[in-house]
Ligand binder design. Structure first.
Ligand SMILES: CC(C)C(=O)C(=O)O
Length: 462
């Protein structure tokens, strides 16, 4: 192992290879970290104030689980929908393949058809990879399909090992290693999903297990990926927090004590405590090259890390989009609404209908004077979504004209202004609404209905 280190054992004063520093701790009873997780109390975040240094890899990327974790939590996509979304990911990820991989179930014929169709596209990125039951038959299937890599579930907390698998840690580890050996034997690269890592014994199970995985990697000369799965969203990014909840601590341990190189470490987050995005960014900052996401965050329970969020995290950290075409994000949102029948909640950053809509009169006034005042960036350029001003009693003729021009995306030569009869009649209707006691802002639907009526009456073609 290239990265393997020799340590001085402070207790025996002997030099030791690092795998012997971290022997498996085969406990008799599960360690469920009751100090942090007492089921009838809210989980606790504890600190030991040990600070982990930043260690962002030279290259970082996004992988996608829309068709795996995403599909686990909603009605399945059709084959055609999967291929269309895959096409959008290809465009979004750009020529440098910043959306590096998409993972697919292989269980049914429909699943496999989607894989064939996506492979037929012949794109270099996103690479097609799979998720299977850990059996020899399924490994053969991966091979037959011509895939290089597959995900394998290796749950690592005692909650899973003792309560779900009914095994000891040693039994679980031996079972996992034999499955991974089967996978390597036929030349397929395993991606080990360390489920529930944020409730696991990092130095008593995860590091010894990953050291064994790195030995297997050396023996077979086939890459083995480690996916750190924050299955329940317990991970935190606060400096000085204790493991297993500390994402910096986990990534540091994988890199520095188990010797897993950055390009083989991936983080998979869940949003149960609203932390999926920050934890994923943190994983990048502390040494994981990959963050695994799902489009619009659609995934189990509260969902996964939203893929679109990490595109903008990437650009903020790196100072460049590196060729990513962010307008594909808005096209994907339209596609979901029109073709799949799913509307992203309206206040969702970057994609919700209202993400850049200003409602308060005083803000709208500022936005009309200079859009930089109340818009996060040039959302027209990056998302084809210029900022909108919602119409209320304080909008005035200019506000109503601005709403119409942006809502209907009117070309410059067709734009309306405050002298337009249409704008003046809409303003009369708005004034009447508020004079009769209305206190809420007007919805897009109400406005479009009134505009359609006035256009018909005045013979205007917008
Ligand atoms: C099933 C596992 C791999 C997972 O997706 C998770 O832990 O969140």
């Amino acid at each position: 192992m290239e990265n393997r280190k020799v340590y001085l054992n402070e207790h025996t004063n002997l030099l030791q290879l690092e795998e012997h520093m971290y022997p498996l701790v085969d406990v008799q009873t599960p360690n469920v970290f009751r100090n942090l997780f007492h089921y009838d109390e809210i989980p606790k975040i504890a600190f030991n104030d040990r600070i982990v240094p930043h260690d962002m890899p030279d290259e970082i990327w996004i992988t996608d689980t829309t068709f795996r974790d995403g599909q686990q939590s909603r009605a399945p996509y059709t084959t055609e929908q999967i291929v269309t979304i895959y096409d959008y990911f290809h465009r979004l990820g750009g020529p440098k393949g910043k959306i590096r991989q998409c993972e697919y179930f292989l269980y049914s014929k429909k699943d496999r058809d989607a894989v064939y169709k996506c492979l037929e596209r012949g794109y270099e990125f996103p690479e097609v990879t799979s998720w299977i039951r850990a059996s020899k038959k399924d490994f053969e299937l991966v091979k037959e399909l011509g895939l290089k890599e597959t995900g394998v579930l290796v749950s690592c907390s005692d909650y899973h090992i003792f309560y779900k698998l009914k095994m000891t840690r040693r039994e679980a580890m031996e079972h996992y290693l034999s499955v991974i050996r089967d996978c390597l034997e036929i030349g397929v690269s395993p991606r080990c999903h360390l489920e529930d890592i944020t409730r696991s014994d990092i130095y008593g199970f995860v590091i010894p297990f990953c050291l064994e995985l790195m030995n297997l990697m050396e023996e077979y000369k086939i890459p083995i990926k480690i996916r750190a799965c924050d299955t329940m969203g317990y991970g935190v990014n606060f400096p000085g927090a204790v493991i297993p909840r500390s994402i910096p601590g986990i990534i540091y341990g994988l890199k520095n004590h188990a010797g897993v190189p950055s390009e083989l470490i991936e983080f998979h987050g869940h949003n149960d405590f609203y932390k999926a995005v920050n934890n994923s960014t943190t994983a990048w900052l502390y040494g994981a090259s990959g963050v695994n996401c799902s489009l619009f965050g659609i995934g189990e329970r509260t969902g996964n890390t939203p893929l679109e969020a990490m595109v903008f995290e990437y650009a903020q950290l790196r100072g460049t989009l590196d060729g990513m075409d962010t307008t594909a994000i808005s096209d994907l949102a339209d596609y979901y609404e029109k073709e799949i029948g799913y509307r992203v909640p309206s206040r969702t950053p970057f994609v919700g209908r209202n993400f850049n809509v200003t409602r308060a009169g005083i803000h709208a006034d500022g936005l009309l004077k200079n859009e930089e005042i109340y818009n996060i960036f040039d959302t027209g350029k990056f998302l084809n979504r210029p900022p909108l001003v919602a119409v209320s009693n304080t909008s005035g003729l200019a506000g109503i004209a601005h709403w119409m021009n942006s809502y209907f995306k009117l070309a410059e030569d067709r734009q309306v202004d405050k002298n337009s009869i249409l704008v003046q009649r809409v303003k009369d209707w708005v004034d009447e609404e508020y004079e009769t006691g209305r206190v809420t802002v007007l919805t897009d639907e109400e406005l479009t209905t009134v505009i359609e009526r006035i256009c018909a009456e005045e013979g205007i073609n917008l």
